[in-house]
Design a binder for this molecule. Sequence first.
Ligand code: SF4
Length: 388
Amino acid sequence: MLYSVPDYYNRFKCIADQCEDTCCAGWEIMIDPKTLQKYKNVKGGFGNCLQNSIDFHRGSFKQYNHRCAFLNDDKLCDIHAELGSAMLCDTCRKYPRHMEEYEGVRDLSLSMSCPEVARIILSYGDRVRFLTKEKESESEPFEGFDFLLYTKLSDARNCIIGTLQNRTLDVKLRAAICFALTHDIQNRINNQEYSTMERLINRYKADKVVDHIIHKLQSYQCKEEERFKIIQKQFSLLFRLEVLRTEWTDATRSAFHELYGDGVKKYLTNRKHFLAYMSQNEELGIPYEIMLEQLYVYFVYTYFAGSIYDENAYGKMKLAVISLLIIQELCQARWQGKGSLNFGDIVDIAHKYSREVEHSDNNLKKMEKLFGKKKEFYFEKILIALLS
Ligand code: SF4
């Protein structure tokens, strides 16, 4: 089995009661069958308490005020304290570690929904490298796994990540080039022209071709007023999604009002000042551009290869681009409200976005569906939102 991890993977350590959020709030935590059985066998007073606080029908921990029944006032886990880490269920033991599995390959990552992970990702100044290691482990047979397509998608992902990390280009241009590449890849997938994908990927690596693409992308620039209409619609996507915590609805509604409530002129002036402020913001400790690069790389690494299962590589790239556009809008709204924006604000925004959007399979599915249907997510509209 080949394992792949981002090079910051081992930096993560749960900060438990020091955490400003907690992974035990807001989510229904599902318990794996093996642990559920272990919980049934715990005796004594804590055993009673444990069994009374589990919904055995659903196989999850009960919640009180949207908090796991075992999350105590010190923001620590009672099961961990009473029975030790070996008695935690799979979800609690592994979170925020995440795994995507393919035939013979496991991609490990850290979920940005944990604020500590968001801090690691956003403070990472170097280009992220992905380390691979062969390890003996059982591999599930994957019926009908298309290994040829997986190889092509894997090559495409490497090319996209390489382009996203090309710091000689503006980050929005890097994202636009990758977006165009994925659009072309999707056409090849739809027509089952896998044999031409390699040539396509190599073309996107050639400097001459990249210059030509950059030239073509110029037609999507300087359309600020059109962008204003598009970005509002793209932002409104959040109002169509399942909400895990009610404060998220309040935060996104007030951000929408803050950004767009005073009309196009005011928005454009604010945006200009915001971008100028961010390009010189030394409080961040790391350039804003690099933070955006790390976020793009995070989304592409986590989701792109998963298109082997639904053949929707374009949808995965749209998820990355739209997520980044919305996160940047939320940053601008926070800056408008506060008059400043520091590293902690960006961590807060990115991890809450991830918690609400990435941790709901319903939301991820709904987004991909809307990306295919709504005009604001068409190729040209997304390029205008990225480049203007
Ligand atoms: S969100 Fe992350 S840092 Fe916070 S308690 Fe959970 S795993 Fe630990």
